[in-house]
Ligand binder design. Structure first.
Ligand code: SF4
Length: 428
């Protein structure tokens, strides 16, 4: 997290005042520090069990059973943001992991094999040793293979949920199958946790997760305002609590603070990008190692990235404490990444309209096929439906060797210039 927060601090130094600081970043830091302090204490004292969880895995269930929960994808993002992924990936490759698979996975395993982690800057001896690893394949199959590496290394159980992919019709059969898999996790979790599952505690966590997600959705929806008080680069940092603390009071409390600040910004006519002129939708993963550079580039172009698939992916507002198993199955199978292209097109079309989008940028991330939605013609179909122009840039979430900054800057500047011509012609 320090690496991610460093980006924010870099963004908000006075000489870079073209980007407007969100003061909630101080509360974000406190919230995330609290999370890592709890994790560190559990890792050092082993007074609480530690579960590793995928970023859209069953966090609420794990928190309800008293685990501290660690998210390797968050660690992958830290390695990317710290511009260290390319130092570690070759080590994983030498151990048989292809350089073409998820660079979160390869950088994380490579760093582990080199006995390094950015968490060492926060006093951790290493990544916290898991007592159990729990995945959901709703996002990709990589997560199971990733967790299996650590399961073998630490000789601890790896359990998970297998969700069907490319779901068009999210029917009862799928929801029942996923809910049943949630139930089947419980005996192993009880064995490792050393305590019985408690339905009231699970319901409470599902309720907190719902409330946090609703607040996070409200935060993102503030960007519908013209000009927007928040941009994608802010959201990519401020999403930390909804990723790692879903199902906790801390996430709920934090998003109340952030939401209040955004409302205040709207009242005071403060926008994330001063002189916002163009509004862009970002499709695909962030380029963690270029977040700050891209934020400055778009600000210079009077362009605000107001909405993204990535940040919207943590809106699980179907969660329902009255019906924790089925609603978890529904929420985590309704996720954008697990849906068919036709569903994705409808979702995107709605968002383009809601957020008054002028153009779309597709980031084709070399090592994350599941988050690169421009590989099978979706971008053309969406253009035919909406007439909204798009740009495709090649890169990667973490591996900087896949990204040509010079080429991308030219392409982005040209794209915005073309939008400028269109807006002038249509007198918007
Ligand atoms: S969705 Fe993409 S980035 Fe996330 S774990 Fe899977 S392959 Fe990696």
């Amino acid at each position: 997290m320090e690496e991610l927060l460093k980006i924010m601090n870099e963004k908000i130094t006075p000489e870079k005042s073209d980007l407007v600081k969100l003061r909630s970043v101080n509360d974000l830091r406190k919230t995330m520090d609290g999370y890592f302090a709890r994790l560190k204490e559990a890792a050092e004292t082993r007074n609480r069990k530690i579960a590793w969880c995928t970023s859209v895995g069953p966090a609420e269930l794990l928190y309800s059973m008293g685990f501290e929960v660690y998210f390797p994808e968050n660690h992958g993002a830290m390695l990317g943001a710290g511009k260290n992924a390319d130092k570690y990936i070759p080590t994983a490759v030498a151990h048989g992991y292809s350089p073409d698979i998820c660079s979160y996975l390869t950088s994380d395993i490579g760093a582990f094999l080199q006995n390094e982690t950015p968490l060492q800057k926060s006093g951790f001896a290493s990544v916290p040793k898991p007592d159990i690893l729990v995945f959901n394949t709703n996002q990709c199959r990589e997560v199971e293979d990733w967790f299996s590496f650590y399961g073998r290394h630490f000789n601890v159980p790896v359990v998970g949920i297998h969700t069907p992919l490319s779901i068009s019709d999210l029917n009862q059969e799928i929801i029942k199958s996923v809910a049943d898999q949630y139930h089947r996790l419980i005996p192993e979790l009880e064995k490792v946790a050393g305590k019985k599952f408690d339905i009231d505690s699970f319901s409470e966590r599902v309720g907190l997760s719902h409330d946090g997600c609703v607040l996070w959705k409200k935060v993102l929806q503030k960007a519908k305002h013209i000009p927007s008080p928040i941009n994608f680069f802010d959201s990519a940092i401020h999403m930390g609590p909804i990723v790692v603390m879903r199902g906790t009071r801390d996430a709920v409390d934090y998003y109340k603070i952030l939401l209040a600040e955004l409302e205040e910004r709207i009242d005071n006519k403060i926008s994330a990008v001063p002189d916002e002129r163009f509004r862009i939708y970002w499709e695909g993963m962030p380029l963690w190692y270029k977040l700050s550079n891209l934020a400055k580039l778009f600000a210079k172009l009077n362009t605000c990235i107001v909405a993204s698939t990535y940040c919207n992916s943590w809106v699980f507002d179907d969660l329902d404490p009255q019906n924790p198993f089925e609603s978890s199955a529904l929420a985590y199978s309704k996720l954008f990444i697990v849906r068919s292209d036709s569903v994705k097109e409808n979702v995107l079309e709605g968002l383009l309209h809601e957020f008054s989008i002028h153009g779309i940028i597709y980031h084709e991330s070399k090592t994350c096929a599941r988050n690169s939605n421009n590989r099978f013609g979706l971008q053309n179909r969406l253009f035919n439906q909406t007439g909204i122009p798009y740009l495709e840039i090649n890169g990667d979430l973490s591996d900087p060797r896949c990204y040509s900054e010079e080429q991308s800057i030219i392409a982005i500047e040209t794209f915005i210039d073309q939008l400028s011509g269109q807006l002038t012609n249509s007198r918007i």
